[in-house]
Design a binder for this molecule. Structure first.
Ligand SMILES: NC(=O)c1ccc[n+]([C@@H]2O[C@H](COP(=O)([O-])OP(=O)(O)OC[C@H]3O[C@@H](n4cnc5c(N)ncnc54)[C@H](O)[C@@H]3O)[C@@H](O)[C@H]2O)c1
Ligand SMILES: O=c1ccn([C@@H]2O[C@H](COP(=O)(O)OP(=O)(O)O[C@H]3O[C@H](CO)[C@@H](O)[C@H](O)[C@H]3O)[C@@H](O)[C@H]2O)c(=O)[nH]1
Length: 481
């Protein structure tokens, strides 16, 4: 019988206290009271926020779980060496953004943070460690981590490492629900005896709340690739329905009716078929580009081109929507006040990474529109920084104001543009809003959340993704665009 190299896990550490590390570890601490969970980060301010009354991220249900477990079996710390030395199992949950320099610029994920954590683990580890890749990485990234760790093993016989892949599938806005009740947990590892032991230890953690049949174990490379493929398939569905939204606008078919009819086929399914102003968020674009880059590197240009199409349609959809706004506002938005409802990349999050709002607003700013933005969860400084990064600080100062209520944002505006599907936008008093706008007043619904008929009865001109521009015909005798 082979010795057990990795003992029962009682101390878990997560490097990276972000959107994944924080919620995931809060859930592990909540579900495994016998395990001590420490989340570390090189960003001391962020750790201070995790230890304060106002957590650094907004996620429904997160506060309750953190406040109950913090100080009991959940800790946030910036003492990375100590945490690593004490851990039985270490999650690497650092960011892997698209590289913005050098080889693979704009395509490949930047793995410098993952490598840096691997070196820190190699430096401070004092005994056997299961190292778990939770960050989203390209296939074979575990090999690089393993190579760095094996080097440390050469100089210290007490060290033993196994690298597992355990990608995260939570979606922001529903992270706590997704973590509490995941469709599946995926764990990839080596088929060696030690590899199987390490996999079994991680399975044992998840088994505290996830039914065993939903915990899938595979080889390391299948696990790494499955994460990229899952995001690519999800993003592809959105680009598919968005491409059809343009056909609807040109024909009189309704995108929500088409999505409903098509999604009723159980083979297709009804989820992720909501036409929109384009997908945003920190993952879809980055991970599809990572897959494209991987395929190019593997000399598979046809596969790369196929997935690149998903990104191209998304960029086109954002541009198309902005062009539609300009066209329907009589081909000029110069100096016109336009209210922007929503800046986050989806509802129930304050995250703005790759939000379509940034891109649509950029296009409108290029036409010198005056934008007045309201979002219930995004800080003003975040909006200013995001927009300045794609335009200029001067343009933002000149063209953008940020309001703390939607009525103020819409007052005196020529149009309202809905870019995030916040529930509160559905229940606003649109009679009151209409009264205080310039006339004719228009609403562009990039999220298909508003009742177009009710708005038209109030007097709005309405334009929704995937809906034929019949008003444009009726009012102005043009086909819109
Ligand atoms: N955000 C999501 O919804 C989501 C979901 C699934 C998977 N992922 C993947 O998970 C990973 C993390 O994503 P995120 O959104 O949590 O990122 P994030 O930017 O919110 O958090 C990453 C954290 O890692 C810290 N960090 C970076 N290098 C470090 C180092 N060397 N030592 C200590 N701390 C370090 C950063 O300071 C930051 O706080 C990414 O690979 C992402 O693709 C994200
Ligand atoms: O039918 C839909 C569904 C989503 N979206 C948009 O797509 C983007 C992404 O949404 P969502 O997938 O819900 O949020 P993320 O937090 O980006 O989660 C995705 O990316 C994560 C990071 O990898 C994965 O873990 C999740 O499984 C995956 O859903 C957002 O802009 C949504 O508005 C649509 O336009 N139409």
């Amino acid at each position: 019988m082979t010795d057990q190299v990795f003992g029962k896990v009682s101390k878990v550490v997560c490097v990276g206290a972000g959107y994944v590390g924080g919620p995931t570890c809060a859930m592990i601490a909540h579900k495994c009271p016998h395990v001590t969970v420490t989340v570390v980060d090189m960003n001391k301010d962020k750790i201070a926020e995790w230890n304060s009354d106002k957590l650094p991220i907004y996620e429904p249900g997160l506060d309750e779980i953190v406040f109950a477990a913090r100080g009991r079996n959940l800790f946030f710390s910036s003492d990375i060496p100590k945490a690593i030395a004490e851990a039985d199992l270490i999650f690497i949950s650092v960011n892997t953004p698209t590289k913005m320099y050098g080889r693979g610029k704009g395509m490949a994920p930047d793995l410098k943070y993952v490598e840096s954590v691997s070196r820190t683990i190699a430096q401070y580890a004092v005994g056997p460690k299961i190292v778990v890749e939770k960050s989203t990485v390209p296939v074979k990234a575990a090999e690089s981590i393993g190579c760095i760790l094996r080097e440390a093993q050469k100089n210290n016989a007490n060290l033993k490492f196994q690298v597992l892949s355990n990608p995260e599938f939570l979606a922001e806005g529903t992270a706590m629900k997704d973590l509490a009740n995941p469709d599946r947990v995926l764990i990839g590892g080596e088929s060696s005896t030690e590899g199987l032991q390490a996999v079994a230890e991680l399975v044992r953690i998840y088994e505290n709340w996830v039914p065993r049949e939903r915990i899938i174990t595979t080889n390391t490379w299948s696990s790494e690739l499955s994460k990229l493929v899952a995001n690519a398939f999800l993003a592809q569905r959105i680009s598919s329905i968005n491409s059809i939204s343009a056909v609807c606008e040109a024909t009189g078919a309704e995108i929500s009716e088409v999505a409903h009819a098509v999604g009723f086929d159980t083979r297709i399914g009804n989820k992720f078929l909501k036409a929109s102003v384009g997908f945003g968020g920190s993952c879809f674009q980055k991970d599809v580009l990572s897959l494209v880059y991987l395929c190019e590197s593997l000399n598979l240009p046809q596969v790369a081109e196929y997935w690149q199409g998903v990104i191209n349609v998304n960029n086109w959809q954002r541009r198309r929507f902005a062009d539609k706004i300009i066209a329907e506002l009589f081909n000029t938005v110069t100096d016109k006040k336009i209210a922007i409802f929503g800046f986050a990349f989806k509802k129930n999050t304050g995250d703005t990474r790759e939000s379509s709002a940034i891109h649509v607003m950029k296009h409108l700013m290029e036409e010198h529109a005056k934008l007045s933005v309201y979002d219930p969860k995004v800080q003003k400084s975040q909006m200013i920084n995001d927009l300045a990064a794609v335009t200029s600080a001067d343009d933002v100062t000149r063209l953008v104001t940020v309001e703390t209520d939607p009525y103020a944002a819409a007052r005196g505006a020529h149009a309202i543009v809905v870019l995030t599907e916040w529930d509160e936008f559905v229940d606003l008093d649109y009679n009151k809003i209409h009264d205080n706008m310039q006339h004719p007043a228009a609403i562009f619904d990039g999220r298909l959340i508003l009742d177009q008929k009710a708005l038209r009865e109030i007097g709005f001109r309405t334009f929704a993704i995937g809906t034929a521009p019949d008003q444009a015909y009726n009012l102005f005798g043009t086909a819109g665009y």
